[in-house]
Write a protein that binds this ligand. Structure first.
Ligand code: BG6
Length: 513
C-alpha cells in the first residue's frame, strides 16, 4: 500500500508536477503562518514537492526586512515542523526564495508595489506569472484584499487568460451565518471566479479524513452495512484539551460552532453519510457531500432545546495543571455568553439514514485531544446472547482521526473455557505502526493541491451555504437568549451534564474516548 493514490482524484493526477509559481501569504506575521503555513511549505520543499521555479512572499503590515522575516520563519519552522530538527541544507536553499512585502491590506500603493515586485521575482526565478494568494487574515479583510488584487491586475480572468493562472486560498470562517456567507460570496465573485477560489477547511487535508472514502467505498464489507438497517447511531467527537489561548478576540466574535462545527465537523458528517460518487473527481464527490447536507433539517423551535446543548468552561485542572475558566482568558468579557462546547443531534432525512441520529460534539478544555467518528451498530436480533433482557455490548467501528490515527472494531467474543461468557474485544489498525511514517500535515496537502489546480479537498460554496442553513437558526436562537448557567463545565471534565442528559434521553451514552 505504499504510494497510495489520492482517494479523491483520478489516477495519475497526483504525479503531475505543479507549474512554477509564487505563493503570497497575506497575514504573514500571524500565528497560522508561523505554526502551520511555513512549516508546511518547508516540508514540501524537503520532500521535493515544490515546483523547481518557486518563491514565496509574506505580505503584512509590520515593517521588517526580508532577512528579519526569514529569521522569524526559520525559528517558526524549527519549532513547529512535524520533522525535527530543521535540515540546514534544505533551509539554506529554501530561504533564498523567501521574501517580505510590507503594506496594509487596503493601501492601493502596496498592491501596485507588490505587482512590480512579483514581476521582478518572475524574472529572477522563472515563475511565469503564476500566483497563489493565501488569505490568512481576519475574515473581514477578504473582500478588500480580493478587490485590490483584482483592480491592480494581480488576478487574471481565468476564462480569458490561458498562459498563466492566479488562485486564492481563503481561510475560514466563510461568513458568520447564511446571509453573510451569501453576501461574502456575491462580493468576492465580483472580482474573482468560483474556479479560482479555494475555501480551505484543513480537516479535508488530513490523511485520516481522506481515508474515510477509501475505507467506505474500497471495502464492500463495511459499505453493505452502512445504513439504518444495521447502524444504531453515529457519534462524531472533536475534543481538545487546549483552551482558546491568545484567541480571545476571535472566540468572542465567533464561538465554537462557527470555529469548528460549521466547517470541520459538518464535513465529517457529509463524508460519513454520503452516497458513493460516480467517480472520484472533484464535482462528483462534492455533489454527493452537498446532498447529505441538503437532507438535514435546519434547527427550529422544536429542536433548539432538545437537540442542542451549549457549554462554556470554568476553571479546573487538566493533566494535573490548573486551567483558567473561559471568562478569565485574555480579551474575554467576564460575563461572556460565548460557547466553547457544543453537542448537537442531527438527522439526515434520506432513505439510507432515516431514523439514525448523528450526535456531534466539539469542545475546548476537555481532558484530552481526540477526534473520532464512532459508528455503533444495532444489537443482533433474537435473544441468544442477551442476559436479563439486556443485549451484549454493541459493536462499534471507530475511525480515529487524531491523534493515534487508526481504525478499530469492537465486537463480542467468547471467553475461552467451558462456560460461554461474552467479552468485547478490539481489532485495531494504526497508521503509524503499519505504514511506519507520520502522515503529512493537512496544510502541506492542501497548498500542494491548490498549486496543482485541484480543488477537490476545498469546500464548495453550496457546501458552506448548506452548513450555515442548518446551523444559523440555532446560532440566532442562542444569540437571542443569554445562557443562565455559564460556565457549566469544568476545564478537564467531559462537558456539561445537559449533554449527557440529551443523549441519555435516547437511552444512549457518549463514548468514553
Ligand atoms: C481550527 C480551529 O480550525 O482547528 C481551532 O480554529 C482548532 O480552534 C483547530 O483548535 C483544530 O485543528 P487540528 O488540526 O489541531 O485538529
Amino acid at each position: 500500500m505504499e504510494n497510495q493514490a489520492h482517494p479523491f482524484v483520478e489516477e495519475g493526477q497526483k504525479s503531475l508536477t505543479s507549474d512554477p509559481c509564487i505563493l503570497v501569504i497575506f497575514g504573514a506575521t500571524g500565528d497560522l503562518t508561523a505554526r502551520k503555513l511555513f512549516p508546511a511549505i518547508y516540508n514540501l520543499k524537503r520532500e521535493g514537492q515544490l515546483p523547481t521555479h518557486f518563491a514565496t512572499v509574506g505580505f503584512a503590515r509590520r515593517e521588517k526586512s526580508h532577512e528579519q522575516f526569514r529569521d522569524e520563519m526559520k525559528e517558526a519552522i524549527s519549532n513547529h515542523s512535524r520533522v525535527k530538527p530543521l535540515d540546514e541544507g534544505v533551509w539554506s536553499s529554501f530561504q533564498e526564495n523567501i521574501f517580505y512585502h510590507q503594506s496594509s491590506f487596503d493601501e492601493k500603493e502596496g498592491y501596485i508595489a507588490l505587482k512590480t515586485f512579483l514581476e521582478q521575482l518572475d524574472t529572477k526565478f522563472g515563475t511565469k506569472g503564476n500566483r497563489v494568494f493565501y488569505l490568512s487574515t481576519q475574515p473581514s479583510y477578504f473582500p478588500k484584499i480580493i478587490e485590490q488584487l483584482h483592480v491592480n491586475d494581480l488576478l487574471y480572468n481565468c476564462h480569458e487568460v490561458k498562459d498563466k493562472w492566479s488562485r486564492v486560498i481563503i481561510e475560514k470562517p466563510f461568513g458568520r451565518d447564511l446571509n453573510s456567507a451569501i453576501e461574502l460570496q456575491e462580493n468576492l465573485t465580483k472580482n474573482i471566479s468560483e474556479e479560482q477560489l479555494y475555501r480551505i477547511d484543513h480537516y479535508l487535508g488530513k490523511e485520516t479524513v481522506q481515508n474515510i472514502l477509501t475505507f467506505r467505498f474500497a471495502n464492500s464489507i463495511f459499505e453493505s452495512l452502512w445504513n439504518n438497517r444495521y447502524i444504531d447511531h453515529v457519534q462524531i467527537t472533536a475534543a481538545e484539551n487546549i483552551g482558546i489561548g491568545t484567541r480571545g478576540k476571535f472566540y468572542e466574535e465567533e464561538g465554537l460552532v462557527r470555529d469548528f462545527i460549521q466547517n470541520h465537523l459538518m464535513q465529517l458528517v457529509s463524508l460519513v453519510a454520503m452516497e458513493p460518487p460516480h467517480s472520484m473527481n472533484a464535482s462528483a464527490v462534492r455533489d454527493e457531500k452537498v446532498k447529505v447536507l441538503e437532507c438535514i433539517e435546519p434547527f427550529n423551535e422544536s429542536t433548539f432545546e432538545t437537540n442542542a446543548v451549549r457549554g462554556q468552561y470554568g476553571k479546573g485542572f487538566i493533566g494535573g495543571e490548573e486551567a483558567k475558566g473561559y471568562r478569565e482568558e485574555e480579551n474575554v468579557d467576564p460575563n461572556s455568553p460565548i460557547e466553547t462546547y457544543a453537542a448537537l443531534k442531527l438527522y439526515i432525512n434520506n432513505w439510507r439514514w432515516d431514523g439514525v441520529p448523528f450526535y456531534v460534539r466539539g469542545a475546548k478544555r476537555l481532558p484530552k485531544r481526540a477526534t473520532e467518528i464512532a459508528i455503533t451498530f444495532k444489537p443482533p436480533p433474537g435473544k441468544l446472547f442477551s442476559k436479563g433482557g439486556k443485549h451484549s455490548e454493541a459493536d462499534v467501528l471507530a475511525l480515529r482521526i487524531q491523534p493515534d490515527e487508526g481504525i478499530s472494531v469492537k465486537m463480542n467474543c467468547k471467553v475461552p473455557g467451558p462456560s460461554s461468557p461474552i467479552q468485547p474485544v478490539k481489532m485495531d489498525f494504526r497508521y503509524g505502526s503499519f505504514f511506519g511514517l507520520a502522515p503529512p500535515e493537512a496544510y502541506e496537502r492542501l497548498i500542494c493541491d491548490c498549486m496543482h489546480g485541484d480543488n477537490t479537498l476545498f469546500a464548495r460554496e453550496d457546501e458552506v451555504f448548506n452548513s450555515w442553513r442548518i446551523l444559523t437558526p440555532l446560532l440566532e436562537y442562542w444569540g437571542s437568549k443569554a445562557p443562565e448557567n455559564f460556565p457549566n463545565y469544568e476545564a478537564g471534565s467531559w462537558g456539561p451534564k445537559e449533554a449527557d442528559e440529551m443523549i441519555g434521553k435516547d437511552q444512549r451514552k457518549w463514548r468514553l474516548i
